[in-house]
Design a protein around this ligand. Structure first.
Ligand code: MG
Ligand code: MG
Length: 261
């Protein structure tokens, strides 16, 4: 019988260690880019910072040229949800900026995203980012051997729903398996009922990436064929980590510190 689980790449412990090297490049790069994300900086400046960081770490950017994507990171500002293209846009106080980064080392991928608040931001926007990040950690916690795949999405959704009715969960874009390629089986939605789908086993690696809007969750793609925006103009937040299912629990491969949950 063909099972969904058979399509999911299962890595050896040594291969997971190799993914950690790529994950650390992503973590360091996001830290550097987040550190320079300030009013007056352009999103192209941020891309330059990421390019230098990935190169100096001896890694290859996964986004540059991916289906023709023209930059090293995605930078999505305010109502932009994901896949924003860096360019001449100059950041201003109060902006909500999501940065998504991928890197490859020895053929293994890491993928993560953070949301940065520029300057002094409104309380409800800080809360949007906090709720999104917390839902990510709820999902990471559920990336545990013996759980089923949908337990992750259920954990993410539950965290967001419990934070209040003002948040919309973007359903058109989801997390994914990751390893020898950036996007692999399975899809990892940020919603769903628990106890469904393949059982998680040590050696699987997943990118979990909730996208939350402060409004309606409907989105569409701009004419640049990349930038995904909230259709009602709401602010959006995006947080992501790559996590490995291990015998010792979920290992967050794109965290700066050695985080095992
Ligand atoms: Mg990403
Ligand atoms: Mg991803």
């Amino acid at each position: 019988m063909f099972r969904a689980q058979d399509r999911i790449e299962v890595k050896t412990p040594a291969q997971i260690d190799a993914m950690r090297v790529a994950g650390l490049v992503v973590a360091k790069t996001l830290q550097r880019v987040a550190g320079m994300t300030k009013a007056g900086v352009t999103t192209a400046d941020m891309d330059e910072c990421a390019a230098a960081s990935i190169r100096d770490e001896g890694a290859t950017p996964s986004f540059l040229g991916y289906h023709g994507f023209p930059a090293h990171i995605c930078v999505s500002v305010n109502d932009e949800v994901v896949h924003g293209i860096p360019g001449p846009r100059r950041l201003a106080d109060g902006d909500v900026v999501s940065v998504d980064c991928g890197a490859i080392v020895d053929g293994w991928h890491g993928d993560a995203a953070v949301t940065v608040l520029v300057g002094k931001s409104a309380v409800n926007l800080a809360e949007l980012s906090r709720v999104t990040e917390q839902s990510l950690w709820a999902g990471l916690w559920a990336a545990r051997a013996g759980n089923r795949l949908s337990d992750i999405g259920h954990a993410v959704e539950s965290a967001i729903r419990s934070a209040g009715p003002q948040y919309g969960i973007v359903e058109d874009y989801v997390g994914h398996g990751i390893g020898s390629r950036m996007h692999m089986e399975p899809a990892v939605p940020n919603y769903g009922r628990p106890g469904k789908g393949p059982r998680l086993v040590p050696g699987m690696a997943l990118a979990i990436e909730p996208m939350v809007v402060l409004g309606d969750a409907g989105v569409h793609v701009l004419d640049d064929d990349w930038t995904v925006v909230a259709s009602d103009g709401s602010y959006a937040s995006h947080w992501e980590h790559t996590v490995a299912v291990t015998d010792d629990g979920p290992w967050v491969l794109t965290a700066l510190d050695d985080v095992r949950l």
